[in-house]
Design a protein around this ligand. Structure first.
Ligand SMILES: C[S@@+](CC[C@H](N)C(=O)[O-])C[C@H]1O[C@@H](n2cnc3c(N)ncnc32)[C@H](O)[C@@H]1O
Length: 208
């Protein structure tokens, strides 16, 4: 490396950090979309209306463990942490290491645990953190784009990991997740949120 390169390196890194700071979470999310369009499955994070509607069914007093699949840049994490009990835990699981690193860097809350991994391994992840069951599981996964067999595996693992009376909260841009949910959950409440990009289908599957 020449002396000019040595001098330039930190400058480039600093410039990159500055661009990321200016772009904010939406910029990080868009970068993630450009890198893995099918796995991210959306261009912008969920709207506030979607967040409020999806979370509206949660009994926060009874929620000790909340799990989220595909948190992206944490659009749901902050509202969940605002509502969660002081002794509650939020475990988020994402296959994208850049999103997990971003969340670990930006969310400083002792109740928050960010795991780099697949939602299909939720049972092992929950056990590894000292829990038998989750009270609620939230998903923003692009079920229509997941590799063959992964969607049903995630749906089955989620049904097993939930406590009786708990719920799987799912928002998606197609009804694919709801169709899959019907194979595992007997009671499904349905919703639709037009004020989202794109508008989204919401399903709440209740563990009997
Ligand atoms: C539509 S984005 C999530 C958007 C975000 N939750 C929001 O509300 O703005 C989908 C996320 O799912 C993640 N993902 C895809 N497959 C996954 C899997 N098998 N397990 C966990 N996360 C996964 C992607 O990396 C991405 O962060």
């Amino acid at each position: 490396m020449t002396s000019t390169q040595v001098a330039r390196e930190p400058l480039l890194q600093r410039a990159k950090r500055k661009v990321e700071r200016l772009a904010g979470p939406a910029g990080i999310f868009f970068k993630g979309f450009l890198k893995h369009p099918a796995m991210v499955g959306a261009i912008v994070p969920s709207s506030n209306r979607t967040i409020e509607r999806v979370l509206s069914v949660v009994d926060w007093e009874e929620c000790r463990l909340f799990v989220e699949y595909g948190p992206g840049v944490g659009t749901f994490c902050r509202p969940v942490l605002e509502k969660l009990r002081r002794d509650g835990r939020l475990i988020v699981i994402d296959t994208n290491p850049d999103f997990i690193a971003y969340l670990q860097k930006t969310i400083g809350d002792s109740r928050f645990i960010a795991v780099h991994g697949s939602a299909a391994d939720v049972e092992e992840i929950v056990k590894a953190h000292g829990f038998d069951h989750a009270d609620y599981v939230l998903s923003g996964l692009p079920f229509s784009n997941l590799p063959e067999g992964v969607g049903p595996a995630i749906m089955g693992a989620t049904h097993r990991v939930l406590r009786p009376g708990g719920a799987f909260l799912v928002y998606q841009y197609t009804a694919r997740a709801r169709d899959l949910m019907g194979q595992f959950f007997r009671r499904i409440d349905k919703g639709f949120e037009p004020l989202n990009v794109p508008p989204c289908v919401i399903s709440w599957g209740w563990k009997e």
